[in-house]
Write a protein that binds this ligand. Sequence first.
Ligand code: NDP
Length: 297
Amino acid sequence: KTVLISGATGFIGSRLAASLSGSGHHVIALIRNPAKAEMLPPPVTLITSLDQLASDTPIDAIVNLAGEPIGNGLWTEAKRAKIIGSRIDMTGAIVKLIARLDRKPEVLVSGSAIGWYGLWADQVLTESAKAHACFSHELCAAWEKAARPAEELGIRVVYLRIGLVLGTEGGFITRMLTPFEFGLGGPLGTGRQWMSWIERDDLIRLIAYVMATPDLSGPVNATAPIPVTNAKFTEELGRRLHRPVVFRIPGGLLRRFGGGFADELLLGGQRVLPNKALSRGFVFRHETLRSAFEAIL
Ligand code: NDP
């Protein structure tokens, strides 16, 4: 199969590209920085613009992951506009590509995140849950809406609501490791906020599963079946790193520096279950956080 990936140089996309091409698929990687291309093993085909693809290019599936990073700085107005704009523009360009392709791909797996649900306390959220308004919801709703015209073009569209991705070399866990290594790790705020995580290779396998399952469409939660609270997450991380977990970082302090970023990404959360994946029989290799930490740390 031929799979086009946007965001192929990212934490998730680079692993997906390597995995798909390693299992015999032809990957077309849409990149913006050729200097990063060496992370993508040949025989991946590199393009820097979708205009480089002729209308008779055979593409079976598209995975859309590109977008301005969310967790690397304060959410100023300009940053928020870039976070949303980069995703809408990329998704719109992909829909335009699909419209002009002679043979349409079978599936578009388009990025979204569990932030779609907004901030919740302990309620369990499956794909049929409603959303609470906040910036994360606004972003994910706009991102999903941008992909929707592909449905009208007769394409199966999956909106992958991705949880906190755990893996080596990148992702949010690397930012947590330094304080823990210095014995300064601890829960954020009350520690009661939920963290719905997924181990990166499980996510890659889930994306491949979604691509290969013709009757799966609409929102699909990409999270492990056992989410945890922030307190439990930090306890498990401390245990794995053999470091104490004694410093509670006050929410007020995080809010002072982080604004909406702290409220939504650090102090708030959502308890998400991957109902659609589980009901189809998808098997997660890492159901528990302990198992994921053993694999990656
Ligand atoms: P990364 O930040 O590692 O990668 C982002 C990718 O998008 C890179 O290929 C990057 O290219 C490209 N990109 C960045 N900014 C722009 C822009 N302005 N215009 C076009 N392309 C851009 O993200 P991840 O791999 O971790 O995540 C992939 C997607 O999944 C992201 O959209 C993210 O929001 C979403 N997601 C990720 C989660 C996680 O825990 N990692 C959780 C939930 C959702 P370059 O290499 O050139 O910078």
